[in-house]
Design a binder for this molecule. Structure first.
Ligand SMILES: [Zn+2]
Length: 293
């Protein structure tokens, strides 16, 4: 399977920027790690694609963005994180959640997510992360991200996402684009982009037909002069490690560590993002308790 890629471009007059992604490989990896149902391959796949494109807009290394959907649907909470390059990881509370197709005969992502709030948390390396909140408008993810940027960040945007799932639940094609208008955007450019987007049937079909992020950008920015900013290969990456979990255990404090020691069993931690298990022996936990005291 081809590597997932992401490309960014800017119209030469500075009116609009775009990120386009082919995230097929990433969504397939998420499907394999979490054993996602058909509907959840689409739901988590769309959220991972969105957060990857949002991550690519970060300015500096070590910055990250978290996209979280706290809906009341059977999916439970969906949480996805991207680094500044667009490398992502994510999980859903209920990866097995499955729903009948919606009224349009499509995978019912909106029904799986439900209604509630979505959060965007940007860790820019400062003392406090920047947190934005918006209501979930449809649970279809793309519409929610578009609404989030308009209502919470006052940035006119269009987000489109698509995931095609094989009958065996594997990911067949996934991708998306995110267009953002810059201040003082030329109304004529905006009109051209709107008209181009209006002609697009489905972004997952575009990727499925072999279109690359470059081809997607050519379609959305058709008739406009633009410069490509960069292209990057992106992956499903989890930065977890035994050391990280050891630090997390230590940060529980002495009362909680004492409780774990009293249970007299090795402590098992499971990474929600990648499924890796880390086991800490009783001796290690006792040593942590000493340190905490
Ligand atoms: Zn992990």
């Amino acid at each position: 399977m081809r590597r997932s890629t992401l490309m960014r471009a800017l119209t030469q007059d500075g009116s609009a920027m775009i990120v386009a992604a082919d995230s097929t490989q990433i969504v397939q990896t998420a499907h394999e790690i979490h054993g996602l149902s058909k509907t959840m391959t689409a739901a988590l796949g769309r959220a991972l694609t969105a957060v990857s494109m949002m991550g690519s807009l970060l300015k500096e290394e070590k910055q990250s963005v978290t996209l979280r959907f706290c809906g009341d649907g059977p999916a439970g909470t969906i949480c996805c994180v991207s680094d500044w390059r667009g490398n992502v990881r994510g999980y859903a509370d209920h990866p097995e959640a499955e729903l009948p197709p919606n009224a349009k005969g499509k995978l019912d992502v909106g029904g799986a997510v439900g209604r509630g709030q979505m959060h965007v948390l940007r860790d820019l390396g400062l003392d406090m992360p920047y947190v934005g909140v918006a209501s979930i408008v449809s649970g279809e993810i793309a519409e929610d991200v578009t609404n989030y940027f308009a209502s919470s960040e006052q940035t006119p945007s269009v987000c489109a996402l698509g995931v095609l799932v094989h009958p065996d639940f594997n990911c067949r094609a996934a991708g998306g684009f995110l267009v953002q208008l810059l201040p003082y955007a030329d109304p004529a450019v905006v009109e051209t982009i709107e008209s181009n987007i209006g002609k697009i049937d489905s972004v997952s079909r575009m990727v499925d037909s072999g279109m690359t992020p470059q081809d997607i950008i050519d379609t959305v920015f058709a008739g406009l002069a633009y410069d490509t900013l960069d292209t990057a290969e992106i992956d499903y990456v989890c930065p977890c490690s035994r050391e990280r979990y050891a630090r997390a255990l230590l940060s529980l404090g002495k009362e909680e560590l004492q409780r774990l020691v009293n249970e007299d069993e090795p402590v098992e931690t499971l990474c929600s993002f990648c499924g890796k298990k880390y086991v800490f022996g009783l001796d290690e936990v006792r040593a942590m308790l000493e340190k905490a005291k």
